[in-house]
Structures are given as C-alpha cells and as structure tokens.
Design a protein around this ligand. Structure first.
Ligand SMILES: *Cc1c(COP(=O)(O)O)cnc(C)c1O
Length: 337
C-alpha cells in the first residue's frame, strides 16, 4: 500500500481518505508517506459509506482507499464514480477479499490499483508479503522500480548494479520462493471460496432464527468470498445478550466495537499520537506542533453499526463439529432476544 501511495505521488501536505473500520496497516501506510489519514463512516456493507466520503473530500485529497473488509465488497462502483468527479485516484485495499467479485469482475480492478496481503491469516498466504495489481502501465513501472531501491527496470547491459535510477526507492521485494507459493495458492482460491460459502450458508441459516436479525449488506452476494459471516442486531443491548448466550454455548462471536485492531475508537496510538520518532513525526511536525488530532467519538454511525454487529470467521478447515456447535449456539441465542 505504501508503494502504491508513493507511486501516486503522495506525501506531506496530502490527505488520504479511508474508512474507520479497517486493519491499522491501511493508515500506517498513509502516515508513513507523510500524508494524513481521513476516516469515513461505514454503512451496513461494513465498508466505506459513499455519502460520508463525499463530505470528506477536500482539495488536499490525494487518494481514496476503500477497504473490502471481511471478505466482501465496498460500494466500489459508487466510490470510483465519486472519485472520478474530483479526478482523485482510488486504491482498493483488497487484503481481506482476494477472489471477491462484483458481477464477475474482481475486486482490486475497479480502482487505479488494488493491493493484496498474503500474511498468514489471509485467504491466500505466502507466509508474508503482498501484491499490487494495476492496468496503468506507468504506475506499474513506477511501483516496480520504487519497491526495488529505484533500480530502473529496463534491460541493461551491465547486469546487477548496471542499471540507472529515476528516483529514490526502497526495498519492498518479496522472495521468488514466496511468489511460487502464491501461484500455487492462487490455483486453490476458487475451491476455497466454494467451501467457505457452503460453511457460511449453514451459519446464516442458523442465525436467521434470531428475532430482528439482519445481515451485512452484500453488493453482490454471488461475489462474496465468505471468509466471514456478519449479522446485525437491532440494538446494542440485544447484540450483547446474544453474544453472552453464544459464549455460554461455546461459540462466542467477534464484536469489533470491543477493543480490537480493526476499529477507529480502539486505536489509542492514533488518538494519542504515539510514535517511536523522538520528534513526534508523523503525528507532530519537527518542533512538536501536532499535525492532526483525532476524536475517538468522531464516527458515531460506524460506532452504532459496530456495536450491533457480530462476526464469525469462516474457513475451509471448519470441522463438522465446529459448525454444529456454532449453529446450535445460534439457535439457543435466538431465545434470549
Ligand atoms: C492484512 C491487512 C493488510 C496488510 O497487512 P500486512 O501485514 O502488511 O500484509 C492491509 N489491510 C487490511 C485491511 C488487512 O487486513
């Protein structure tokens, strides 16, 4: 993500818009290039709320990063259309949604580029590392060179060290061995999604009996990767009661409004401006003046949705026993609402 932001020319003085429900990696990259993250609300897609995005665009906005959280799509076509009216590039954080589609078109191909993570908890993994895809030839060339210390990637007669350089770069390469693993993983992606979908359907059918329950909005249910199952209760109190009952029956769910790595109010290092840099950068300028201060209560709509949402991770490796435990807990929890 940092490589993509750098290639888009981002740096100090810029704002980059993303959503308040994401993994910290998204905004770490923004701060790392010296830009300021601006957070939007989410809606019931659990991803960027396009209406709030419109309010947060300024003449400093360098890039918009919708995140396809929990295996499924943001309202990416709407977001790309809004960005286009302002001529702002869109970078899709597709780390959690490799293989997801809208009307058959893969996420990561709607914006100017899409970034993927292959760390060990992602659907596809190479141990560590990631990938950026783009159909913009110039951006590809810039990213390719930047992530490789700036070596220009033109055929050169001098071999290693003989290349020229167009700009300052850094090393973000992953190993060829990891690339080989990634290719092998890619060949399994479709079958992983098929079995995740069938596991998710069982959980959804069991949860459907909870009075008042609704499900996360899926822009295209066919294109969901089903790596997570998210269901939403009418009130925070009902959500808590259901999760207590689920826990008592051996199947507590994740509530991302509880202290987590993924939700804005929990990011105390963002709110406090904690950094290892003695100068306080990137939260403070050299000299100590704060560049940005965030209000932990600044995303009330997201906080409301998150407080009412429960999530189960879904994987291809779920055993019959695990599925049965969760389904039976969901049926029992239906009685407490
Ligand atoms: C995993 C993840 C990333 C990237 O994480 P790395 O550890 O850098 O691979 C980025 N965004 C989201 C939403 C993620 O879940």
């Amino acid at each position: 993500m940092k490589v993509a932001l750098a290639a888009l020319g981002g740096g100090p003085g810029d704002e980059v818009i993303t959503q308040g429900f994401t993994f910290v990696a998204t905004w770490e990259a923004i701060l790392d290039i010296g830009a300021i993250p601006v957070f939007t609300e989410i809606d019931e897609t659990l991803n960027m709320d396009p209406a709030d995005l419109k309010k947060k665009i300024t003449d400093k906005t360098r890039c918009i990063i919708p995140v396809h959280m929990l295996g499924a799509m943001a309202r990416i076509e709407e977001i790309v259309a809004i960005a286009a009216t302002h001529d702002i590039p869109v970078l899709e954080d597709t780390a959690q949604a490799a293989g997801a589609t809208i009307n058959g078109r893969y996420l990561g191909t709607f914006g100017n580029c899409g970034t993927f993570s292959f760390d060990s908890v992602k659907t596809m993994t190479t141990g560590e590392g990631g990938m950026i895809i783009t159909s913009d030839q110039d951006m590809w060339k810039t990213m390719s060179e930047y992530h490789d210390h700036g070596h220009d990637h033109i055929v050169n007669p001098g071999g290693r060290g003989g290349e020229g350089r167009r700009f300052l770069g850094f090393n973000y390469r992953m190993m060829e061995l990891q690339g080989a693993m990634g290719i092998a993983q890619l060949s399994k992606l479709d079958s992983m999604i098929v079995s995740q979908k069938s596991n998710k359907k069982r959980l959804r059918d069991a949860a459907a009996g909870i009075p008042g329950v609704t499900f996360r909005t899926l822009v295209d249910a066919e294109g969901d990767t089903a790596t997570f199952f998210a269901f939403i209760l009418p009130t925070k109190e009902q959500c808590q009661a259901v999760n207590v009952a689920l826990g008592e029956n051996g199947a507590g769910a994740i509530n991302f409004s509880e202290n987590s790595w993924h939700f804005y109010p929990s990011w105390e290092h963002l709110h406090k401006g904690s950094t290892v840099a003695a100068s306080g950068w990137p939260f403070a300028e050299p000299g100590g003046k704060r560049r940005v201060v965030y209000d932990p209560e600044g995303l009330p709509k997201s906080a409301d949705i998150m407080a009412r949402t429960l999530v189960y991770p879904v994987s291809i490796n779920m055993t019959e026993e695990q599925l049965a435990t969760i389904c039976s807990a969901l049926k029992k929890a239906a009685q407490v609402v």
